[in-house]
Design a protein. Structure first.
Length: 394
């Protein structure tokens, strides 16, 4: 069996909304439907009935995104009912996992055309309650927020594995001697680059605002921020620590989608591809050090592509925390930091969990297309200790 080339024809995303912000009233299945409909509508030559499958990442799945949000998006977007959909969950890597699974199906001949993406509404993530062990309990019952992090933790898990995500970032800051000032400077630079990219119109080709919502650009970007303002914030996870709300990614709402094809599918769209998918890799690490998960995933994916860090022209690394990103960069000394997140990262843009990986893949594809050639990479750290990476070329 021959392996087919897989191309990204197009990629779109919503502006990323802040927690409780402009997109908070929009259901996650509607956000997903919006990017699917927008994506398909941008290839008018494509018959939507030819889409073989829709893959969507979703990290929560506990609220309105239940019952296979990918299939809900297909139906709400008005695609033919013959188009199926599957939802995948690799926590923060879910959107990129969806892209990888769709690409794999095309590469082995199971599909010619697929949509892949991700969605998350952290604003609308519900509180949940475990079912009582017996009927009619007399005491109070525990409610759990499903917005982020560990919940209903298995007591058999070692305590060091189940620390808060921010404490995991503190552990990386300790390991790499990352000062508060370095983390704040990294965060400030993320906001600066994102604001400049929007001002230059660099996101115009990929962002599709949600109709009826007054949100034209990513809601969390703070171009007026400063080192002095960031320094006033208190540590959020450890007394005397260095990880704050200002040098961490925020809670967010948003969705992203990509159109993937083989050669036959490319002819069906009548489009020129943005980029070609080369390789991917996933690796595991101790759960409390989840932030360093991309280190080996990136090395493995690049090795499979016959490439090195010095070959990259653009690298979209998800900024869960400044400490986490700086910790990864410290372990890639041969990487040119200028190619990393040139249009800003998740600290400024936002991190809607299930959508972020798809956003990163789409951002790399658009930047490679704008440059005309090059090697690009998208990578994320993943809670509970994983890393995921995807190599693209043009």
């Amino acid at each position: 069996m021959s392996i087919r080339d897989v191309y990204i024809v197009d990629a779109v995303r919503t502006p990323i909304g802040k927690f409780g912000g402009a997109l908070a009233r929009v259901r996650p299945d509607d956000l997903a439907a919006h990017v699917v409909k927008s994506l398909v509508g941008r290839s008018p030559q494509l018959d939507p009935a030819r889409i073989d499958d829709v893959y969507f990442g979703d990290a929560n799945g506990a609220g309105e995104d239940n019952r296979d949000v990918a299939r809900m998006a297909v139906l709400l977007a008005g695609l033919p009912v013959s188009v199926p959909g599957v939802t995948v969950n690799r926590l923060c890597g879910s959107g990129l996992e969806a892209v990888i699974q769709a690409a794999r199906a095309i590469a082995v001949g199971d599909a010619h055309i697929a949509v892949a993406g991700g969605v998350e509404s952290m604003s609308r993530a519900p509180w949940v309650m475990q079912k009582p062990e017996r009927a009619f309990p007399a005491g109070h019952q525990q409610l759990w927020s499903t917005t982020l992090g560990w919940r209903m933790t298995n007591p058999r898990m070692p305590a060091e594995w189940t620390v808060a995500l921010g404490e995991g970032a503190e552990l990386i800051a300790d390991r790499h001697a990352l000062t508060r000032e370095r983390q704040d400077a990294f965060a400030l630079d993320s906001h600066r680059k994102a604001a400049e990219a929007w001002a230059k119109g660099l996101y115009d080709d990929e962002v599709v605002p949600y109709e009826g919502v007054d949100l034209a650009r990513d809601e969390c970007i703070r171009e007026s921020s400063s080192m002095e303002a960031l320094a006033r914030l208190k540590p959020a996870f450890r007394e005397g620590g260095s990880v704050t709300a200002g040098n961490s990614s925020p809670l967010n709402d948003g969705a992203a989608a990509l159109l993937l094809v083989d050669e036959e599918g490319l002819r069906a769209t009548g489009r020129e591809p943005l980029a070609r998918i080369r390789t991917s890799a996933v690796t595991g690490i101790e759960p409390q050090l989840f932030g360093l998960g991309p280190v080996e995933a990136v090395r493995t994916a690049l090795a499979k592509a016959g490439r090195g860090l010095g070959d990259l022209s653009v690298f979209e690394l998800n900024e869960a925390f400044a400490a986490q990103s700086l910790g990864c960069l410290a372990e890639w000394p041969e990487l040119d930091p200028a190619v990393v997140n040139p249009r800003g990262g998740a600290i400024a843009i936002g991190h809607p969990l299930g959508a972020s990986g798809a956003r990163l893949a789409g951002a790399v594809a658009h930047q490679l297309a704008a440059a005309g050639s090059g090697v690009g990479l998208a990578a994320l750290c993943i809670g509970v200790g994983q890393g995921l990476a995807l190599v693209l070329e043009r």
